[in-house]
Design a binder for this molecule. Structure first.
Ligand SMILES: [Cu+2]
Length: 116
């Protein structure tokens, strides 16, 4: 990343402090979960509020879905090997999910709040 300021030394201290504070504000990440041999890997994942989870299907020929049944949602779209499914988590909490076609495939996403 290119630095927007020509010289850090010329910046007053309060600006430097402001920059540090801005840097520490949660930057949204994308975190990957692999799907292989009918397992979500890792099966349990903790992320920060605002992060996106990307499930990557690494199977040879099996499609899967990511189904947040406990949220009262309908099954997610099936996605094939080499395809991905993404979801952003804007609220803190714990969110169990499973695969629609394979109920034995389960996972859980824990979302940390920003104020913690
Ligand atoms: Cu599946």
């Amino acid at each position: 990343m290119r630095h927007p300021f020509p010289s850090l030394l010329k910046i007053p201290h309060f600006s430097l402090l402001a920059m540090l504070v801005l840097t520490s504000v949660a930057q949204a990440d994308t975190v990957e979960i692999e799907i292989f041999k009918k397992q979500y890997i890792p099966q349990e994942l903790t992320i920060n509020q605002g992060d996106t989870v990307r499930w990557v299907n690494k199977e040879k020929r099996q499609y899967h879905s990511v189904f947040f049944e406990a949220l009262g949602e309908k099954d997610g779209e099936y996605f094939w090997p080499e395809e991905v499914f993404e979801r952003r988590f804007d609220l803190p909490g714990s969110f169990p999910y499973r695969c629609g076609p394979h109920p034995e495939m389960t996972g859980i996403i824990h979302v940390r709040g920003n104020d913690k």
